[in-house]
Design a protein around this ligand. Structure first.
Ligand code: PLP
Length: 395
């Protein structure tokens, strides 16, 4: 008789954003004339940029011509894209990578959730709270022992290693979703030293690196000495280049990651070649264009557009005396809502017709907080700030 994985019974009933979608659909059904503004889910609104679209079109035409048609691609991704990423790392972070250390993915989420295939179920997983829910859920699915470490106002939502903390695998997300907090070099160094001392691995989620404005802050964990011996880095073009629907990312697995005599790079290659058949040639060509001079320039224009939205929201909250953080080196604004965060979600939806994300959806420590995103259009963001001002004045 079939036996199901009972660990699924321990998960929250539905993924955070499925619950939000359900609530939104109910609201729309009950308010057919609504003027809902979505500042909830972290999806982008700016279209793909011209250099990317041109590359996608060109690659599609190549696929329709017998002379240039491509079947299955190279195992870890095409060399042309690895070369472009390698140059990007060198230019932006001063970090040198080998092509064999770069794995092209269909986005950060799948690799983040799948990477723990390489580790035994006996490991203890350290997860910051609040954080992107995929780390917790994917490990709960495997029935792993989990230790949550608290992010709060006092530590600037950047938990650090402390005396007595034990575990084997630690997730870090910087810039953080949902709080927008960014670890400094010295803070990341504390984590790297802690991991090296305790023979741990850091799974570093770098999905929002392109939003780091302040160049004194790191845009890769490999800017910190020793990280190449204890960290894997997950990157995404979803927010950097508007690829949420196009799907492409990349994971850095250094050759120096050796645990119990096993090279994690070789293990990940073995895992991926067994369970993943790569990202399409067309999409990888589009991704290559992101890293061209024109491509990077046009993506940065979109990021600046979003960051201007973030500033508008943040300035409004300041004006209304609402405690908040983020929105400077990240597209997320994290505010103190002063009540149960789902209650605040319903109130904001019904009174201001604005959809946000309840902080408790990111962990227990997110209770009492709320996330707004800068990813909507300028027009909608301006309208949202007017409604927020009215909402908080009447509160
Ligand atoms: N990591 C974080 C922190 C995210 O917020 C997201 C998406 O919102 C992802 C990873 C997933 O990115 P992708 O679209 O590349 O799968």
């Amino acid at each position: 008789m079939v036996k199901v994985n009972k660990n699924y019974n321990n998960l929250n009933q539905s993924y955070l954003f499925s619950t939000i979608t359900k609530k939104r659909n109910e609201f729309i059904k009950n308010n057919p004339d609504n003027k809902l503004i979505r500042l909830g889910i972290g999806d982008v609104t700016r279209p793909l940029t011209k250099p990317v679209v041109d590359a996608l079109v060109k690659a599609s035409l190549e696929m329709g011509d017998a002379k240039t048609f491509k079947g299955y691609g190279d195992e870890q991704g095409y060399g042309f894209l690895q070369d472009a990423i390698k140059k990007y790392y060198k230019d932006i972070n001063g970090v040198s990578l080998e092509n064999s250390e770069i794995f092209i993915s269909d986005g950060a989420k799948s690799d983040i959730a799948n990477f723990t295939d390489l580790f035994s179920n006996e490991n203890t997983i350290i997860i910051p709270d609040p954080v992107y829910p995929v780390y917790l859920d994917s490990n709960m699915m495997l029935g792993r022992k989990i230790v949550l470490i608290e992010g709060n106002k006092e530590n600037g939502f950047k938990p650090l290693p402390f005396e007595g903390l034990t575990g084997d695998i630690v997730y870090l997300c910087s810039p953080n979703n949902p709080t927008g907090a960014v670890y400094s070099h010295s803070e990341l160094k504390l984590w790297v030293d802690f991991a090296l001392k305790n023979n741990m691995i850091i799974l570093f989620d770098n999905a929002y690196e392109a939003f780091v404005n302040d160049r004194s802050l790191p845009r890769s964990i490999y800017e910190v000495d020793g990280a190449e011996k204890c960290a894997v880095e997950f990157n995404s073009l979803s927010k950097t280049a508007g690829f949420t629907g196009t799907r492409c990312g990349y994971t850095i697995v250094p050759q120096n990651l050796i645990f119990e005599g096993n090279n994690l790079n070789k293990m990940w290659l073995r895992r991926q070649t067994t369970k993943f058949n790569g990202v399409s040639y067309i999409v990888q060509k589009g991704a290559e264009a992101v890293f061209s001079e024109e491509g990077l320039k046009s993506c940065m224009e979109n990021i600046e557009y979003y960051m201007e939205n973030a500033k508008l929201i943040s300035d409004t909250l300041t004006k209304c005396n609402v405690w908040h953080t983020g929105g400077i080196n990240s597209p997320y604004i994290w505010l103190s809502c002063g009540m149960d965060s789902w209650e605040f979600f319903d109130k904001l939806l019904n009174e201001a017709q604005i959809e946000g994300t309840p902080g408790s959806g990111f962990g227990k420590c997110g209770e009492g907080y709320f996330r707004l995103t800068a990813f909507n259009t300028r027009e909608n963001t301006i309208e949202a700030t007017k409604r927020l001002e009215k909402f908080f004045k009447n509160k």
